[in-house]
Write a protein that binds this ligand. Structure first.
Ligand code: AMP
Length: 435
């Protein structure tokens, strides 16, 4: 980051009057709804009639980008709502078209999965009369031929049977705009790679491609490089393993000393790229206003910004024009940038899951990362809860000459400490013991 000249950082840091940190009126970001993801009202009411009340995490992350036309890799397990995550964006754009041939092609590894995906797509599209054909082996070909002849917008099939129809001339792919490779890792395990490639080569180049997979091994990477354009990687696979590579530490700091600490941490760490997490949108804006007076290459991103602006900021972040991004949790999950060296939890998240997701933005693609959390003396229990869940002690950090808080002198001598209890094989060290 390039420091902005003539701005003495320390003057800013301690000025409590000019920088009121807390605001009683600021509120946490609202949880996402299907409407807030950008889906059209008729799609939203269709979802309501199916009985889904709120979007699942993969739907929250994937749908806005898919609607915007971006190729996406969704790393999520079965049972997470991934089918609706890739079907809804297609339905959002779909118009009753008189063009012959399907516009969406979904490839899945097994007939069971094909049937399941087709069923879900039918359920979600019933109000829109968007026809779905399921194409798989082990079933008489007659009904499938009839379904294709009648015309349908979505074809779901196993690669083998789709190729079969292509060679018979009973299926055309010229009108395909949207391709989904569902459970791609399983399809490759089964040996479908040559079939998948043959099918993809027959689809128009101008299309959107989605790839869903629980894992993304090298074989999938090759498919991605060859058949997808600048895909966004959304990883909602269990993240516990990834945090092991991340160096985690915390500072105990009073709220009104956080900004000074931030400047010192940035000066010490000299991050290549960092995300600074703030708990509230208003606080994020305020922190941005403070920090941009000191450094160039700073931006803030949160749910109040229009999607187009968020995308521009993310592109600049990817292009390294932005070195330091101040973010709230809601927008952070879609951030997939491999060069993030540091995560700074300026405000500690209120739940452990968010902590793990936040720090999982660094240490990507096999690189190491650093996560530093600012913990106020009142937030000790939160830190202990995080440590218990990740089964790891987070080291207390310090910077010479910086006092984050004034330790309280105990009024009475502390009682003798009880023998330590093992937590998952470690000895318990509560945060309060370390103050
Ligand atoms: P999936 O494994 O991704 O196909 O979805 C697992 C199950 O979750 C399916 O039975 C879906 O019908 C259901 N489902 C998908 N999205 C939602 C949602 N937002 N709320 C409730 N159920 C859902």
């Amino acid at each position: 980051m390039t420091p902005v000249s003539h701005e003495p950082p320390a003057d800013d840091a301690g000025s409590e009057d000019s920088l009121p940190f807390h605001s009683e009126t600021s509120s946490p970001e609202l949880p996402a709804t299907f409407a807030s993801l950008g889906l059209k009202p008729d799609i939203v009411s269709g979802i309501a009639s199916v009985g889904y009340i709120k979007p699942s995490p993969i739907q929250v992350e994937l749908i806005p980008h898919a609607i915007a036309g971006r190729d996406c890799i969704g790393q999520a397990q079965t049972g997470t709502g991934k089918t609706a995550a890739f079907v809804l964006p297609f339905l959002h754009h779909w118009r009753d078209s008189t063009r012959p041939g399907p516009q969406a092609l979904i490839l899945a590894p097994t007939r069971e999965l094909v049937a399941q995906v087709a069923e879900e797509a039918r359920k979600l599209s019933q109000d829109r009369h968007c026809r779905v054909a399921a194409i798989y082996g082990g079933q008489r070909i007659g009904p499938q031929l009839t379904a294709l002849k009648q015309g349908c917008a979505i074809v779901v099939g196993t690669p083998g049977r789709i190729l079969d129809h292509l060679s018979r001339g009973t299926l055309q792919l010229d009108a395909i705009e949207y391709v989904v490779l569902d459970e791609a890792d399983r399809m490759l395990d089964i040996g479908f790679r040559p079939d998948i490639e043959r099918i993809l080569k027959r689809c128009p180049k101008e299309r959107q491609t989605m790839l869903m997979s629980a894992t993304v091994p090298d074989s999938i990477q090759r498919l991605i490089h060859r058949y997808m354009v600048d895909p966004l990687h959304i990883n909602l696979a269990p993240v516990t393993l990834t945090v092991d590579r991340i160096a985690q530490s915390f500072f105990t700091v009073e709220e009104d000393r956080k900004f000074e600490l931030l400047l010192r941490v940035i000066a010490r760490e000299r991050p290549r790229q960092c995300i600074i997490f703030s708990q509230r949108k208003k606080w994020a804006d305020r922190l941005y206003a403070q920090l941009k007076r000191v450094y160039r290459g700073i931006a803030v991103i949160h749910g109040d910004l229009p999607q187009s602006q968020r995308e521009k900021i993310m592109q600049d972040f990817r292009d390294l024009k932005i070195r330091c991004l101040i973010a709230t949790d809601v927008v952070s999950r879609g951030i997939d940038v491999s060069g993030i060296s540091h995560i700074i939890n300026y405000d500690l998240p209120e739940d452990v899951e968010s902590y793990v997701h936040r720090i999982g933005r660094t240490g990507r693609m096999g690189k190491d990362g650093v996560a530093i959390s600012f913990v106020t003396p009142e937030q000790g229990d939160w830190l202990t809860a995080i440590e218990t869940t990740i089964n790891r002690l987070i080291e207390a950090d310090s910077i010479d000459g910086f006092e984050g808080f004034t330790p309280r002198a105990p009024a009475v001598p502390p009682p003798p400490k009880p023998p330590s209890q093992p937590v998952y094989g470690r000895s318990r060290r509560k945060y309060s013991d370390r103050l």
